[in-house]
Design a protein. Structure first.
Length: 364
């Protein structure tokens, strides 16, 4: 599962990517600095994992991860191939969620591709290019479906109605995710099209250090502009986060954060947000060899969760032994949880809860 960082050139995407992944993507004060997408595998910060590490004292601890992709900056006309348009749109189509970076700070030393700071205009520029690309896809599909609908095919007639709704919404400047459709119609007719503006989105407002704790008027404008879009908005001072990342020791970084009035790096909040945006959650395995966070889609069953470890575990699944995270912490060890009768045995129908500590029994 991948989240793609998008935005106009020069809004701080590559600097943010470097903060998240500790990779060193090239970042500089001129447009089109990023051409090929950079991919970073990022650890998901999770205090529960730290607590289990403390209780179990394993040989190693392995966190959950999420892939973040830094995609080239987009310009007006990208849907028609301007700038790096076709490449950009191809890269973004391959991601599962969008982290849309908006410049929300004033600084005369950092060039803006449009000459002034206006995050709403910037958002609309990118939205329009993505919507135009989706409109192209919808119109192509609609032409095919209409031909089938003319023969009296009821399914094709229904699909044509849905596609016409999408077409009208996109022409009116709506993203697909904001167009009201039933869950069933969306799953059957929209999801297979893999439309870019149907992907879940988080708006990341890049602010200056002074706005790192409370945001600023630019952030408030973004929140107001997206309130009907079912999208999350977060803000962080990307340049400041980059400075914190350069510090050698954990203690120095914590002191810097405390001076700013922050309890944790904004990047940690963003990574957790991206994980949630991708509809992911975590279960744990805990033993002497390792304590590990495993990533599953929300709503996964016990056999599906077992399959993340190894496909044989899913094929030969017999049962799962499950401890709720809070019970593990309250009783302090697996043995004490068992003594208290708090370990449950669950079968194939069990839906895994975020934070479950699990053992699987299987037969190959």
């Amino acid at each position: 599962m991948k989240a793609g960082i998008v935005g106009l050139p020069n809004v701080g995407k590559s600097t943010l990517f470097n903060c998240l992944s500790n990779a060193k993507a090239q970042s500089a004060n001129f447009p089109f600095c990023t051409i090929e997408p950079n991919i970073g595998v990022v650890n998901v910060p999770d205090p529960r994992l730290e607590k289990l590490d403390e209780l179990v004292n394993p040989q190693q601890v392995i966190p959950a991860t999420v892939e973040i992709v830094d995609i080239a900056g987009l310009v007006k006309g990208a849907s028609k191939g301007e700038g790096l348009g076709n490449q950009f749109l191809g890269n973004i189509r391959e991601t599962d969620a969008i982290l849309h970076v908006l410049r929300c700070f004033d600084n005369d030393n950092v060039v803006h591709v449009d000459g002034s700071v206006d995050p709403i205009r910037d958002k609309e520029t990118i939205d329009m290019e993505l919507q135009l690309k989706d409109l192209e896809s919808v119109e192509k599909k609609l032409d095919k479906v209409k031909r089938a609908a003319k023969t009296g095919n009821k399914e094709a007639q229904k699909e044509a109605t849905i596609l016409t709704t999408l077409k009208e919404g996109l022409e009116a400047g709506q993203s697909v995710r904001a167009i009201e459709l039933s869950k069933e119609d969306h799953a059957e007719f929209v999801k297979p099209l893999q439309l870019i503006t149907d992907k879940p989105v988080m708006y990341v407002c890049n602010v200056d250090e002074a706005a790192a704790v409370e945001g600023n008027t630019y952030v408030n404008k973004v929140k107001e502009a997206v309130k009907d879009e079912n999208a999350e908005v977060i803000f962080l001072a990307v340049g400041t986060e980059a400075d914190i990342n350069e510090l050698e020791s954990y203690e120095e970084r914590q002191m810097f954060l405390e001076d700013l009035g922050l309890s944790e790096p904004g990047a940690a909040k963003l990574i957790r947000g991206a994980y949630n945006l991708l509809n992911l959650e975590t279960y744990f395995t805990a033993g002497e060899k390792e304590v590990r966070a495993w990533t599953i889609k929300k709503g996964a069953t016990a056999p599906q969760a077992a399959g993340v470890i190894h496909t044989d575990f899913e094929k030969g699944f017999i049962r799962a032994e499950v401890i709720a995270y809070n019970d593990y912490v309250n009783f302090g060890s697996e043995a004490k949880v068992k003594e208290a009768g708090k370990m449950r045995v669950e079968g194939k129908e069990y839906t895994v809860k975020d934070g479950d500590v699990m053992h699987f029994r299987f037969n190959v």
